[in-house]
Design a protein. Structure first.
Length: 299
């Protein structure tokens, strides 16, 4: 990074590489990634010699002091990292005026132009994966069946109904599937299978076979969408957006401009046989990195 690419910023390590700890009641052994056999002091030495400036999730300055006292790390080496860290603080003005004006902060964060820019980014980031028979954008005034979409918001676009069989179109907002992890800390992260459970797949299929269905998937991680790509009338990917942004895309007030930030695997079998340390290694992905249709494109 520094020698070949010219990066001169701060390098922070992954979290919890040195110290065993407990987070939210869950034991969290240090994730030393291949050097678990080394003692804490040697791990810190390796990290500093690798060029890192900051230890993620650690508070062990005594180990750094010990390395200097033993002559294993020089003060000059520490000065390099300290200089990088202090430089960012000076650039931010933290030494000039360290006290925050809460009213000014709230007014700045909530500026109408900033909110509008964020809403615009949500709409533009939408990634159109399929659009069978050019169903999108829809015209307003249809009977709409909803799942995962606010009825109050959607009612401005059409008549909301309670049964897919009574609708002209269904709008579903889903989250990429995951399997819950145990423990207070690990439970906050999504992991496990990228495929929807059978019961959920069957539920989605029933709606798609009943009425033309537009599906939005929140892609906080990749997902296996092979069935939905065929069954849904249109399939969209999003990365954190409001119902208003979704409906504006669906009804043509805005247009999707996004591209996938990763491959979308065709099956979990392809995921399981791929190499975890090689990008774009799943066989025959359903959609490739960078994929994204525009309205009017054929699918």
């Amino acid at each position: 990074m520094r020698g070949e690419l010219g990066f001169d910023g701060i390098v922070c390590t992954d979290w919890g590489l040195i110290t065993d700890t407990t987070i939210l009641g869950q034991p969290m052994p240090a994730r030393a990634w291949g050097v678990e056999h080394l003692d804490e002091l040697t791990r810190v030495e390796m990290i500093l010699n690798a060029g890192c400036d900051q230890f993620g999730g650690e508070a062990r300055p005594e180990l750094v002091v010990q390395l200097v006292e033993q002559g294993r790390i020089s003060e000059e080496r520490l000065d390099v990292s300290v200089r990088r860290l202090l430089l960012e603080k000076f650039i931010l003005g933290l030494f000039d005026n360290p006290y925050v004006d809460p009213d000014q902060a709230a007014a700045t964060v909530g500026k109408a132009e900033f909110v509008a820019a964020g809403a615009d980014a949500q709409r533009r980031a939408y990634t159109l994966l399929t659009n069978h028979d050019q169903i999108l954008p829809l015209r307003k005034g249809r009977r709409i069946y909803l799942e995962g979409v606010s009825e109050d918001v959607a009612s401005a676009y059409g008549q909301v109904v309670d049964n897919p069989a009574d609708a002209d179109v269904a709008l579903l907002r889903l989250k990429a599937p995951y399997q819950p992890r145990p423990g207070g800390f690990e439970a906050m992260f999504h992991a496990g299978s990228l495929a929807f459970p059978t019961a959920e797949r069957d539920h989605h299929a029933r709606i798609c076979f009943t009425v033309p269905t537009i599906i939005d998937i929140y892609l906080d991680r990749p997902a296996v969408l092979t069935d939905l790509a065929d069954q849904a009338a249109a399939l969209l990917g999003s990365y954190g957006s409001s119902d208003e942004a979704f409906l504006d895309i669906v009804f043509g007030a805005a247009r999707p401009e996004g591209s996938l930030p990763f491959d979308m695997p065709r099956s979990m079998a392809a995921v399981e046989t791929s190499r975890s340390d090689v990008p774009f290694d799943t066989a025959d992905p359903l959609f490739r990195f960078g994929y994204g249709l525009r309205y009017g494109d054929a699918y």
